[in-house]
Design a protein around this ligand. Sequence first.
Ligand SMILES: [Zn+2]
Length: 127
Amino acid sequence: MRPFTPGQHALLETALLQRLQQIDRRLAEQLGGTTRAEHARGVLQQDGDDAPQRGAARELDLAMSDRDTVALGEASAALTRLRNPEGGHYGECDDCGTEIPFDRLKVEPWALRCVACQEAHEHTSAH
Ligand SMILES: [Zn+2]
């Protein structure tokens, strides 16, 4: 792993932890059901200009929970890599081994690939 400054390292770790907490809370809300109204309001706020129809809410929930599960896995994998410099290769592209620029990591600390490989990956995995 490339040497991050302690400041960079702390920033990335904090961002990943916040991301994990955020997703955790969202998943808990979906599973719990007690905060249904709150959750629905959150969804509506996110898609302000294209409010989901009542009937589509359930499917939307499922889709979100899928995405969150993936995101949760990515964030926790990134955190593990960040905390285990010996074992992981945090900040290096999974596909080509290029160092992912810190500016990108700052925005997406869970990024596993450089921009070029990520785009290629999304293209091939798109349905
Ligand atoms: Zn790459």
